[in-house]
Ligand binder design. Sequence first.
Ligand SMILES: [Fe+2]
Length: 139
Amino acid sequence: MTAGHLIAKLNEALGWELRAINMYAHYAAYIRGIHRLQLEPHFTAEANESMVHSNIVRSAIVKLGGVAVTERNQTPIEHVSSYLDMLAESLKTEIKAAEVYGELMVMIEEAGDAELLDSIEQIYLAEVRSVEELRRLAE
Ligand SMILES: [Fe+2]
């Protein structure tokens, strides 16, 4: 595996994080009704967490001498009204993120970069926790 493959995969993760920032900020703004009480803070926290993740991934790309993407992943962000639809869209996004970070973990293990593995593993575990939490929330 070349550094180019690793940088490309990190950029894939970065694109998903940039998309997640937009998606969660959008749902935080549009959530209505009684669920706003809990889901506005939840979506806002997720948007902030995606920002933190994007910064970590971007820094890793810079460190590897790559060029970080500035555009989000182009998968459409669905404007939905019901909280269940918002949670379903969130779940889809988190499943995708966990998948990309899982692939990244394998590549970084092969590359033998212990420091990078440590920071990406933290993110990977956070995405997996989000998936499990959303599965319960979206029931
Ligand atoms: Fe994330």
